[in-house]
Design a protein around this ligand. Structure first.
Ligand SMILES: Cc1ncc(COP(=O)(O)O)c(C=O)c1O
Length: 375
């Protein structure tokens, strides 16, 4: 009678709850624990006194669409038509849901590369599509042979996430070319590119789908202002797509939310004029490095982290527990909340790896690494 299979409480809610109950440091869920910019707070006060409290136009406030278009242009040199190729959404999550709802019909197959963020599968099921889970390579990069072998005449969409949650890996030029080729060879295949961490890379630049002409006509890009401006609770993001596809997305958007929270749109349209997202990578790199340095003497082995605000670590030298059991122990006995990576995959992932979020105050990171070194 009901449409979705029974879904247990998400590990993110579970770990955050355990973290509070155990008075632990919460490095589990992906959100910053530091203050948002005072400039943004001031803008909220100022802007809220204006006439900003009624519905914005359906695709987004024109000024915010303009500013988003400039942001994409400054970041990647791509020129977008703000009226026809951008949509403001209630977070990347709504952009993802809207895209899947607009493109996926009953029986269509959608490729998800595991481990993957948890908001791709269920929208596919709700569209009566079939999620096809393909493991990434051992180093969390796409395995093109496996991907190619999984394509059938029913494959409608491939969902990618770069920079990657949970691994922090970023894709190479070769990966982006392989993807262009795949789209070129498969006429019915479209690409949903989840780039919510687009501005958080450290030593190499992020290779956005915006940079590849060969991807533009069949790619829908989603991003999140929440991640770029430390305001995850605002749930506001944007989608970029060619006009023909965007028209389809707008049809869904119109009945899903019609338009996004007006105050956030007005505030962000002003805030974006003063912001340089180029500083964001440097800001988080310092936090990543502080975490790495703090962990030098620990028994954990840290894996390469090139982007996002997540650091993976193996604990093979510490315990034989499964990653879920290990995380439970970590939070109850050692007062640190982390996320087991097996929850990001459909097939059982027996690797002994946990994910730490370093979008935290330096003090929190120093305290956490001191505790982790005692294990
Ligand atoms: C890979 C990925 N995609 C999408 C989202 C959702 O972004 P938003 O909060 O803007 O909906 C997240 C949030 O953690 C994420 O990590």
């Amino acid at each position: 009678m009901f449409k979705l299979p029974e879904i247990p409480t998400s590990i993110f809610s579970k770990m955050s709850k355990l973290s509070t109950e155990n008075n632990a440091l919460n490095l589990s869920q992906g959100f910053p624990d530091f203050d948002v910019s005072p400039q943004l707070i001031e803008l909220i006060g100022k802007v809220s006194k204006d006439d900003v409290h009624q519905y914005c136009p359906m695709p987004g406030l024109p000024d915010l669409l303009e500013q988003t278009s400039s942001l994409v242009n400054q970041s990647y040199g791509r020129t977008l038509n703000p009226q026809t190729e951008i949509l403001i959404t209630a977070g990347a999550t709504q952009g993802i849901f809207t895209t899947i709802q607009a493109l996926v019909s009953s029986g269509d197959e959608v490729l998800i590369l595991d481990p993957s963020y948890d908001c791709y599968g269920m929208p596919i099921v709700l569209s009566q599509g079939v999620p096809i889970r393909i493991p990434l390579s051992d180093t969390f990069l796409p395995d093109w042979k496996r991907i190619r072998e999984s394509i059938t005449d029913k494959t409608r969409l491939i969902i990618t996430n770069n920079p990657h949650n949970p691994s922090g890996r970023i894709w190479t030029h070769e990966d982006m070319y392989a993807l262009s080729q795949l789209l070129d060879e498969n006429k019915n295949l479209y690409h949903l590119s989840d780039e919510v961490y687009e501005h958080i890379t450290f030593d190499q630049p992020h290779l956005s789908a915006n940079l590849y002409l060969g991807l533009h006509t069949k790619t829908i890009i989603v991003s999140s202002f929440g991640k770029s401006f430390h305001i995850t609770g605002w749930k506001i993001g944007y989608v970029v797509a060619p006009e023909e596809i965007m028209n389809e997305l707008k049809k869904v958007h119109q009945y899903l939310v019609f338009t996004v929270n007006s105050l956030s749109q007005h505030v962000l349209s002003k805030y974006l004029k003063t912001q340089n997202v180029k500083d964001l990578g440097g800001f988080y790199k310092k936090k990543r490095d502080l975490f790495i340095k703090g962990m030098e003497k620990s028994k954990f082995n840290l894996l390469p982290c090139e982007g996002s605000y997540f650091q993976l670590a193996t604990y093979e030298a510490i315990s034989d527990d499964t990653d879920v059991a290990f995380c439970e122990k970590l939070v109850t006995e050692f007062k640190i909340a982390a996320i087991p990576i097996s929850v990001f995959s459909e097939k059982q992932d027996r690797r002994k790896i946990v994910r730490f979020c370093f979008a935290k105050e330096n003090q929190t990171l120093e305290k956490a690494t001191r505790l982790l070194c005692k294990i």
